[in-house]
Design a binder for this molecule. Structure first.
Ligand SMILES: [Zn+2]
Length: 61
């Protein structure tokens, strides 16, 4: 098994989702989990150059 460590944490309720980056103070707020995944994917790619993690988040969206 070669799971990469978590790059982000998502707290979702029925009507909102908050996504936090585990490597910097960035946070994203949205109305749904899939939007939160997309937000963090863009963040990981742009800020941390983490293409792999971004791709994983995008797939989860
Ligand atoms: Zn970050």
């Amino acid at each position: 098994m070669s799971r990469t460590p978590r790059r982000y944490v998502i707290d979702a309720t029925e009507h909102s989702a908050v996504v936090r980056c585990t490597r910097c103070p960035w946070r994203g707020f949205s109305h749904s989990k899939s939007v939160a995944y997309r937000q963090v994917a863009a963040h990981l790619y742009r800020v941390h150059d983490d293409y792999k993690a971004a791709e994983g988040a995008r797939r989860a969206a």
